[in-house]
Design a protein around this ligand. Structure first.
Ligand code: GAP
Length: 441
């Protein structure tokens, strides 16, 4: 079937279209929407949670399960507050904040141009450093002695468990500890839907290496991480690696790269890969008084390992995947919106659709769905016209649909429709599983 991509997508409008699709189809919604929402927090619907789980599974598979040198951990969100003093977050995890003296709106100083608020001409205050960590209280008293933080990164849960992992496993540098979990930052200006959030999820690896090898491993991990995004189908021309200039390095970093994506609002960070030296282990060793060094009994040397850290965001990966997959095409006289999601992350891989709500079509389609369910992420749908159902499956990124029609009862076959080619092939019911496996894996 002849299809044509529509002229180059109007990039800013793309975000609006995507957010609208996300809400219409159930990928994500603004949190507490019926109360007017809350800035910087989004809730994930049935398709969103499926996509996120697939992203996390893919990361865990590639970073932990398919490697000999990485183990996983799941640390608490709340930690002893001394962790955040030692890590430098209490002192340094800040953004410069200015306030408009007229409307009292607050902005990040590095995101405003000039000394006045463009909207109302109000003068900005002097910039002051604003700490991004959320504070809460632990236990029944609410005073400074019970104050704890919601972790702003998962990394510290790994560093403070370094000795536990060394002592409970057979891991020896170079080796890594991986973690996926929620993190919280009181961002001054959250925005761009799920790009900059106050509550989000990170996928982080802390990779511990002999000090002399740190830059070699930084080089290795930046390439590995770029490959991961490519394997999820993100187009190469929308991705780039950018080295940090000396003056933009985080307080702990000796060198860093960002994997950047060309979002509709410009090139922005998708993942950070940093060489953290022995900053964290040295800081925690000093503050806790516990020995965090490693004794290499082959070279008979004791040292504090250095760390290379690839740190990705689940939400940002999801936004990237959705944006990159979003296509509008002209099919005959109609416009088709299609998410060309990679089959490994698509929430539904195979939709099973009876052509009509008549028997024996429905029973046959349900039987096919039950047969395929153990092997693929499937969905049975008999609502609306078949055209509308194809359109919905295109919009949610389902790579294949199996249609059960009036012939199925006689020829024991069904049609496989491909989302991307919009081609239809007739396949015997007994060969469906294999035909789909060949196409999906
Ligand atoms: N441990 C290092 C660290 O946290 P980071 O560059 O601040 O480094 C790593 O964060 C990744 O976490 C980012 O590249 C992004 O994908 C995600 N991330 C950070 N802040 C975020 C926010 N406010 N909203 C959504 N994702 C965020």
């Amino acid at each position: 079937m002849a299809t044509a991509a529509l002229p180059e997508r109007a990039r800013p409008a793309l975000m609006e279209k995507l957010v609208s699709l996300a809400k219409r189809r159930g990928f994500f919604f603004q949190s507490s929407e019926i109360y007017g929402g809350i800035q910087g927090v989004w809730d994930y619907g049935p398709l969103g949670v499926a996509l996120r789980n697939n992203i996390k599974r893919s990361w865990w598979r590639s970073m932990v399960e398919l490697r000999d040198d990485v183990v996983g951990i799941d640390a608490g969100i709340l930690m002893n507050p001394r962790v955040w003093v030692a890590s430098g977050h209490v002192q340094n995890f800040t953004d410069p904040l200015v306030e408009c003296k007229k409307c009292h709106q607050r902005f990040r100083a590095d995101q405003v141009s000039g000394p006045r608020h463009e909207a109302d001409g109000g003068e900005f205050t002097e910039a002051r450093q604003f700490n991004l960590m959320f504070k809460t209280f632990m236990g029944p008293a609410e005073d400074s002695s019970t104050q704890v933080y919601l972790r702003p990164e998962t990394a510290q849960g790994i560093f403070v468990n370094f000795a536990n992992i060394l002592n409970s496993t057979r891991m020896r540098p170079p080796f890594g500890i991986a973690q996926i979990g929620k993190a919280f930052r009181n961002e001054i200006t959250p925005g761009n839907s799920i790009f900059r959030l106050r509550e989000f999820e990170q996928m982080e690896l802390e990779y511990f290496v002999p000090p002399a090898d740190e830059m070699k491993w930084l080089d290795y991990w930046k390439e590995q991480r770029l490959e991961w995004y490519l394997a999820l189908g993100i187009r190469r021309e929308h991705l780039r690696l950018r080295a940090h200039a000396k003056d933009e390095l985080a307080h702990y970093a000796r060198g860093a790269f960002d994997v950047e994506y060309e979002f509709p609002f410009g090139w922005s960070e998708l993942e950070g890969i940093a060489a953290r030296g022995d900053f964290d282990l040295a800081a925690h060793q000093k503050a806790s008084g516990k020995d965090l060094s490693y004794f290499d009994d082959i070279i008979r040397e004791r040292y504090l390992p250095h760390v290379v850290e690839p740190s990705a965001g689940v939400d940002r990966s999801m936004l990237t995947i959705l944006i990159d997959a979003y296509h509008e095409e002209q099919v005959r006289d109609e416009q088709r919106v299609v998410l060309k999601l990679h089959p490994s992350v698509a929430p539904v891989q195979v939709a099973i659709l009876p052509l009509s709500r008549k028997e024996p079509l429905m029973a046959s389609a349900q039987a096919v769905e039950h047969e395929l369910r153990p092997f693929f992420r499937t969905e049975y749908d008999d609502t609306q016209s078949i055209g509308k159902r194809y359109r919905r499956q295109d919009e949610i990124g389902t790579p294949y649909a199996v249609t059960i029609d009036f012939e199925t009862a006689t020829d024991q076959s069904a049609t496989i429709r491909s989302r991307d080619e919009m081609s239809q092939v007739r396949v015997p019911l007994t060969g469906l599983r294999q035909a789909l496996q060949e196409r999906l894996h």
